[in-house]
Design a protein around this ligand. Structure first.
Ligand code: AMP
Length: 221
């Protein structure tokens, strides 16, 4: 049976980038709640419309909305598939619901890598971020530019700045992180699942450290 990971960290810590690499390295299905909501918005679904006002204000989408949306994605998982959750859970109530749902399927959260990045670095990282609207690849204007200015290396689409990656909205998102999401570190630490990694290092070093932390916690080395 596959292992299940939850990756934690403040916005702009590099969660999404590292999640894609970890999912590949450990053959996990990557599920990003932010990507899920953005796809719902793009489709113009009722869920997408409800989520939009919260997202654009840098606030968390209420638990009543997001829990059902994410858990419904988990139910169509094959038994063998391991999961890498990115952006969910973001509140203790979400973590409790996730734990219950996995439990009912005879599964559990096996390890929770957490990226630590100090606040002064975060704002720069987020406001310089550019994303591909087609494949969700993430770039940074200074630290991770695409080969051609403003164009996705993978599929040639024109890169965009997420509407919630502006300086004003970032402040709100950080506030939501500290108040609602940061308590999850203690929640998973108490369960002996947290594996903290310094997220300020370069991408490859962070990836190595994350991979080692996951293997160590799972007794793979
Ligand atoms: P992200 O791409 O993970 O930064 O998510 C973008 C936005 O989607 C967040 O700022 C929230 O408004 C919303 N969102 C994503 N995941 C969650 C979640 N687990 N709980 C509540 N809101 C979420």
């Amino acid at each position: 049976m596959g292992m299940n990971l939850v990756i934690l960290g403040p916005p702009g810590a590099g969660k999404g980038t590292q999640a894609v690499r970890l999912a590949q390295a450990f053959s996990l299905r990557h599920l990003s709640s932010g990507d899920l909501l953005r796809a719902e918005r793009a489709r113009g679904s009722a869920l997408g419309k409800k989520a939009a006002e919260y997202m654009d204000a840098g606030k968390l989408v209420p638990d009543e909305i997001i829990i059902g949306a994410v858990l419904s994605q988990l139910s169509d998982l094959g038994d063998k598939a391991g999961l890498l959750l990115d952006g969910f859970p973001r509140t203790v109530a979400q973590a409790e619901s996730l734990g219950k749902a996995l439990n009912q399927a005879g599964k559990r959260v096996d390890v929770v890598p957490a990226l630590a990045v100090p606040e002064d670095l975060i704002v720069d990282r987020i406001t310089g971020r550019r994303t591909c609207p087609r494949c969700n690849a993430v770039y940074h204007v200074k630290t991770l530019p695409p080969a051609r200015d403003g164009i996705c290396d993978a599929d040639g689409a024109v890169l965009v700045q997420r509407p919630d990656d502006t300086a004003e909205v970032v402040k709100q998102r950080l506030e939501a992180y500290h108040r609602q999401t940061a308590p999850l570190e203690a929640y998973y630490r108490d369960k002996g699942l947290l594996a903290e990694v310094d997220g300020t290092q370069d991408m490859d070093t962070v990836f190595q450290a994350l991979s080692e932390a996951v293997r160590r916690r799972l007794g793979m080395e």
